[in-house]
Design a protein around this ligand. Structure first.
Ligand SMILES: [Zn+2]
Length: 158
């Protein structure tokens, strides 16, 4: 009886650690040194994503891209936004009213004398932009204001 209990405990523990490993894989974190990022990213990408820079506002990049597809993190290539969430905000940066669940992390940012919420890639910590409360009222009311440099668009194949 005692032996059976021990075997059961071993099986349960093993099963549990397997599940934890699976979960780890799903929420895989990308950690690289600044030196490594510098070899992967362009100087502009490094400035925006790792040094929290901001693209100049304008109609370039993905600001006026409304094709169907998915936006990925330019640094670690994880999916961040679907084109269904993109809308025309006329603010000069690509704007979304929602992010793919769990892919974006929110951080309080008090730099430049403003109280804002910074958004970063959950996976690699790359700076994406900021989130504001002036988004479309008929959906989430949020505006994810994202730097074109921080993301990469892939057109839907459908
Ligand atoms: Zn990332």
């Amino acid at each position: 009886m005692k032996r059976l209990t021990i075997i059961l405990i071993i099986i349960l523990t093993f099963n549990f650690s397997l599940k934890a490993q699976e979960k780890d894989k799903m929420n895989k974190k990308v950690t690289k040194s600044d030196k490594e990022w510098k070899t992967i990213l362009t100087p502009k990408q490094y400035y925006i994503l790792r040094e929290k820079g901001t693209d100049n506002p304008g109609d370039f990049g993905y600001t006026n891209n409304f094709e169907k597809g998915t936006y990925y993190c330019a640094a670690c290539d994880i999916q961040l936004f679907e084109s269904d969430s993109k809308y025309q905000s006329h603010c000069g940066w690509p704007s979304f009213d929602d992010a793919i669940e769990g892919k974006v992390t929110y951080i309080s940012d008090t730099s430049h004398g403003m109280i804002r919420t910074e958004i970063i890639c959950t996976s690699c910590g790359g700076h994406l932009g900021h989130i504001f409360d002036d988004g479309p009222k008929e959906t989430t009311g949020k505006r994810y204001c994202v730097n074109s440099t921080s993301i990469r668009f892939e057109k839907s194949k459908k």
